[in-house]
Ligand binder design. Structure first.
Ligand code: PAF
Length: 282
């Protein structure tokens, strides 16, 4: 695996690959890699000829300084995992490489997409995500971009950015990877205790039970029920939202749209966990 720290070195390499007609697949990450990320690398290897993974803990998407400080950074382990999964290139820039003139704000109007759920609870988060993904796409110029369904709102917003700015990159969304227990894989899971990890399966259980209620209830009733479930001892739910999968806006009836998603954010043991499930896609 090649490791590039400098933008120009990476660009020179990618340019050469493209000249040889090779398709470039890109997986942006913030490190603390796990099987979820590896499923993106595998997909990038399947669907392109050169897989590029970036590890960059982007400061502009953290509205909570403490969360940024505590974000795990096990770089040696990450490199081993990438090599074991046949990643071709690791891009490992510093903040000054990504933002040489400081983080220039990227002004994109996402309409109502970034006003709900994560956007409502994490001010400025999606502006930061869009800014870094745009910058990384400008550097890597990939043919395909691989992102996980786990961050449902994130990939929806990035697709919207790609459409608005006519970026010539195809977004490929990959399934959520779960532990055997059902817990969605996340870099933040390492901050949970053994007991906390078991208890956190509550998110997936609640989503599965919510899906069973689609034909016999209303979104409002299911949301109320789920929020009660998620208010179990030790848990602090931020939201359980049933939304239109395209617009991310709440729906009144399950029949309002052919694409329905339920998204969750809860706190447990001081860790913010998110998860989601598609309840219906016709
Ligand atoms: O999903 C993430 O890990 C990050 O938000 C991303 C897309 C790598 C941007 O920093």
């Amino acid at each position: 695996m090649f490791i590039f720290k400098r933008v120009t070195d990476l660009q020179r390499f990618v340019e050469r690959q493209k000249k040889e007609g090779k398709l470039v697949g890109f997986v942006p990450t913030m490190g603390a890699l796990h099987e979820g990320h590896m499923s993106l690398i595998k997909r990038a290897n399947d669907e392109s000829e050169i897989s590029v993974c970036s590890i960059f803990v982007n400061p502009t998407q953290f509205n909570d300084k403490d969360d940024l400080k505590k974000y795990p950074r096990p770089i040696e382990k990450d490199i081993e995992l990438l090599i074991a999964n046949a990643c071709d290139v690791l891009f490992l820039p510093e903040v000054e490489d990504v933002y040489p003139k400081g983080p220039k704000p990227l002004v994109i109007d996402f309409g109502k997409l970034d006003k709900v759920m994560e956007g409502a609870f994490r001010e400025g988060h999606f502006a930061g995500v869009a800014q870094v993904v745009k910058r990384l796409l400008d550097i890597v110029l990939p043919d395909k971009l691989f992102m996980g369904q786990k961050d449902f709102q994130q990939f929806t917003i990035i697709q919207n950015m790609i459409d608005q700015l006519d970026i010539p990159t195809e977004l490929v969304v990959c399934d959520i990877m779960r532990e055997k227990s059902g817990l969605a894989m996340s870099s933040r899971n390492v901050r949970l205790s053994e007991k906390g990890r078991k208890a956190a399966t509550l998110l997936h259980k609640t989503l599965k039970a919510a899906k069973k209620k689609v034909n016999s209830s209303t979104p409002e009733k299911v949301e109320k029920w789920a929020l009660k479930e998620l208010a179990a001892p030790g848990f602090e739910p931020e939201y359980f939202t049933i939304a239109d999968g395209y617009t991310l806006q709440p729906i009144k009836e399950f029949s309002d749209t052919d694409y329905v998603v339920a998204c969750i954010a809860v706190w447990h043991e001081g860790v913010r966990l998110i998860d989601n499930m598609i309840l219906k896609k016709e």
